[in-house]
Design a protein around this ligand. Structure first.
Ligand SMILES: [Zn+2]
Length: 492
């Protein structure tokens, strides 16, 4: 087991050796979806990035507690505390209860993530189920002098006070508080804040608001968005935990505010490693509802969006995302998706071919060094593009063995099989979607049976019948490969 994983820490802006606080345990918290709409490409990337990290840590034998929350309350239309709650708004438009809207999209999110091969987290807490924890955190912040209650009963985090005491705001995102003040508009209705950049910990609900709570000593309201992640991450992972992840779009203000809250409440940083995945653009453009390039996962799977030439399977999407390093920008286009589809097919085909390769007494290939290169790639901040190029090296080996150009002994063949299966299926989480078809093993047996009969026919030198079988199988897309001592086959 190779165990020297380096991950890029957004806080230190360096790659750091991953040393968990309480080995063999590893704790991860990732900001999950706000459940008011169908999951789109922007949801797929963090889910797949941190699924890869989760899978790799499990593979390295860590006992991983992976917490990914659901935001079902408190996320307002404007990240800076303004506008309607996203879920309340959707509920009002659809004449539903907010919890009906949340449940509907939670179910949809689970279904779509399952299709993408994303493992469920070990804990998936809901913000609405942790109102008491959030109220307790607000009380702590008030007691320590970092939050204040207004006349209306709302509570805000006091950024100036935090800055006076710790000079710490902006440390994660690199924003400068003075610049922020000069760039911030004073929004209407925000006059009860001491400073324009203070953020809400508790908001008072108006009479139309459906989601409201009365946790002592706060009343008639609901928590701010940033608060939930601090309350839930520290509840399940402790006041100091290993990894906090999320999309780079959450770095500011969400994660900066989370960091400020926990530092103010506990007097220390809660998070050891901050990890951020980059975003997805479509044909070079930012994705947005108003730009008409907003593609949901369902539309991708069905090919039902004007920008798509065809449908793309969930595994094509997963492979496409993994082809880029998680910290680089990914650009979606039909061409790049087609290329991903064809690359993935090549890898999966090779994994089928290797099952049929017979060992020799000697090896002409260095499989152990390829195996080490795969681990080195992942240990270098989850460098999946390098890992995938190593897997293509493996594909090249397999094809050359299949054509009899190289030789491999039985130990090496096991290492190569194990390497391909481990990295492709277990760690990258890819699946052979054809194998999901329950008839597939039966079909393979039928083809093998007809080829066995053909071998007997060939022994009897009945060449025309043997050719006829080849032609018939060819018609249904099966290519026969006659070799010196046996016969193989693959799909067209
Ligand atoms: Zn969060």
């Amino acid at each position: 087991m190779q165990n020297n994983l380096f991950i890029y820490n957004t806080l230190s802006k360096k790659k750091e050796l991953f040393i968990p606080i309480h080995p063999p345990f590893a704790g991860i918290y990732v900001c999950g979806p706000t459940v008011y709409g169908d999951a789109h490409l922007g949801h797929a990337r963090p889910a797949i990035t941190f699924d890869l990290l989760f899978r790799y840590l499990l593979h390295l034998d860590y006992k991983v507690r992976y917490v990914r929350n659901i935001t079902d309350v408190g996320h307002l239309e404007n990240d800076a505390d303004e506008g309607e709650d996203k879920i309340e708004k959707k509920a009002r438009l659809e004449e539903k209860q907010p919890m009906e809207v949340a449940q509907f999209y939670i179910n949809r999110y689970h279904l779509l993530m399952n299709k993408l091969g994303v493992l469920p987290p070990t804990i998936e807490p809901l913000a609405s189920g942790h109102i008491l924890e959030q109220a307790k955190l607000i009380s702590t912040l008030i007691k320590k002098g970092f939050a204040y209650k207004t006349e209306s009963g709302a509570v805000y985090f006091n950024i100036k006070e935090y800055q006076r005491k710790y000079e710490s705001y902006g440390r994660l995102s690199g924003r400068n508080l003075d610049d922020l003040y000069s760039n911030t508009r004073i929004l209407q209705g925000q006059s009860e804040k001491l400073n324009s950049f203070d953020f809400a910990l508790w908001k008072i609900a108006d009479s139309n608001h459906l989601m409201k709570w009365n946790p002592y000593p706060f009343r008639n309201g609901y928590p701010g968005w940033h608060l939930e992640c601090t309350a839930m991450s520290t509840k399940y992972l402790g006041k100091k935990f290993d990894i906090h992840g999320g999309g780079i779009d959450l770095l500011f203000p969400h994660h900066e505010c989370e960091m400020a809250q926990s530092f103010a409440a506990y007097g220390k940083d809660s998070v050891k490693y901050w990890m951020h995945n980059n975003l997805i653009t479509i044909n070079g453009q930012k994705m947005g509802k108003s730009l008409g390039n907003f593609i949901t996962l369902e539309q991708l799977f069905k090919g039902s969006h004007p920008l798509l030439n065809k449908d793309y399977s969930p595994m094509t999407i997963r492979f496409f995302i993994l082809q880029s390093h998680y910290r680089s920008l990914v650009d979606f286009s039909n061409e790049s998706l087609l290329a991903a589809e064809s690359s993935l097919t090549k890898i999966l085909k090779a994994i089928e071919i290797i099952k049929k390769i017979k060992p020799s007494n000697t090896s002409t290939l260095d499989i152990n060094s390829l195996n080490n290169k795969c681990y080195e790639a992942l240990n270098d901040d989850l460098n999946t593009p390098v890992l995938i190029s190593c897997l293509f090296e493996g594909v090249k080996y397999i094809n050359s063995l299949n054509e009899g150009l190289d030789k491999i002994n039985s130990d090496d063949i096991e290492t190569l099989k194990n390497l391909m299966n481990t990295f492709v299926f277990k760690i990258l989480g890819l699946e052979n979607e054809k194998n999901n078809d329950k008839d597939e093993p039966f079909i393979e047996e039928l083809i093998d049976a007809s080829l066995n009969i053909r071998q007997i026919i060939k022994l009897n030198k009945d060449w025309s019948t043997s050719d006829k079988i080849r032609e018939e199988l060819n018609k249904i897309g099966i290519l026969i490969k006659d070799r010196k001592n046996d016969v193989g086959w693959e799909r067209e």
